[in-house]
Ligand binder design. Structure first.
Ligand code: SF4
Length: 330
């Protein structure tokens, strides 16, 4: 017999417990077990007025932001809609079925105001890190550094056309550290030595007007002295069809040489191995947590976003680790 739904949606009273509807292995349950925000109110106490209308609970906003970064929901407007509809999100944010979800504009005000002034995201990052250390996830034996490009939320009105050349030799455009590094490279890149130990130079005589010697292909040609090659026993192999040896080097060759020298050291080999772990974290941030483009502008906006994303990434890892137990070794 074909059944028919009889209850409808117009009941006034429901017997409903949110707790019963969140699966035991749900990611947010594991994260909730690892998250301790009991000191949050105390930490923020100085940034709230003791009088006036009660604000939105900062713990609620932090929990919503964690949900957003955890599931790659970057828009605060969408985050509020999702928190309104999703039972697991409501449960994690300590919202009942009837509680109002804050307006999305509340996030903007707090993020740019008291959350930034109090460095709250750094506090959260440190709290999560402390718990990771307590769980044995951080050994502290070393660290690896890597970089990844994350697009800025740039304003199109303030853009610079792509074909407009940037003059990097302009001192105003380079920091002191970069300037010193480039000057040091310039000092080293003046000449090459051939296998016979003779010098190859880009310039063997002084010109009245100084020349850059940079070709259209962005290279500089280095030449040996004709007299050196004439009696050299290696000439038949080195430059059989010309009277001197000529090599083309990129204008960035000095920087490449420095990189090649570093790449040959055992420290570099080890750091390259360690760096893979950081690269995986960047890939996770960009692909799963959808941090391919920043939403907040300026350095402080980028710092806020990245600190929060890193805290959530550590939280996810800690939750996974504690729910599965430490890996079996040996
Ligand atoms: S032929 Fe010239 S460039 Fe080649 S090794 Fe001899 S001196 Fe050096």
């Amino acid at each position: 017999m074909m059944g028919q739904l009889s209850s409808g949606q117009d009941r006034l009273f429901y017997s409903f417990n949110l707790e019963d509807h969140i699966p035991a292995n749900h990611l947010l349950r594991s994260i909730d077990r690892c998250l301790d925000l009991s000191d949050l109110r105390h930490y923020l106490a100085d940034f709230y007025s003791p009088i006036g209308r009660p604000s939105i609970d900062p713990e609620l906003m932090i929990r919503m932001l964690i949900v957003g970064y955890c599931y790659g929901i970057r828009s605060e407007r969408r985050l509020c809609e999702e928190a309104h509809l999703n039972l697991a999100y409501r449960w994690f944010c300590r919202l009942s079925l009837e509680d109002e979800v804050p307006n999305h504009s509340t996030f903007s005000k707090n993020r740019h105001g008291r959350f930034r002034d109090s460095d709250l995201f750094r506090w959260l990052f440190n709290e999560v890190l402390r718990r990771c250390m307590g769980a044995g996830l951080v050994k502290g034996e070393g660290f690896a550094v890597d970089a990844s490009i994350i697009k800025a939320d740039a304003s199109w009105q303030r853009g610079v056309p792509g074909d407009e050349p940037v003059n990097w030799s302009d001192p105003a455009l380079s920091t002191r550290a970069v300037r010193e590094y480039l000057e040091a490279l310039d000092e080293e890149a003046e000449e090459y030595r051939c296998p016979a130990g003779n010098v190859l130079r880009s310039e063997w005589r002084a010109f009245k007007n100084e020349r850059s010697h940079v070709t259209k292909a962005n290279t500089i040609i280095f030449r040996s002295r004709q007299t050196d090659c004439a009696n050299c026993p290696m000439k038949a192999k080195c430059c059989p069809n010309t009277t001197f040896r000529k090599i083309a080097r990129s204008v960035h060759e000095a920087a490449r040489d420095v990189a090649r020298r570093i790449a040959a050291t055992p420290e570099y080999v080890r750091s390259r191995h360690e760096r893979k772990k950081v690269e995986m974290l960047f890939a996770h941030l960009k692909r799963i947590l959808k941090l391919g483009r920043l939403r907040l502008r300026g350095m402080s906006g980028a710092t806020d976003e990245f600190t929060l994303a890193a805290a959530v990434q550590n939280l996810r890892r800690l939750a996974k680790f504690t729910s599965q137990g430490p890996p079996v070794t040996g």
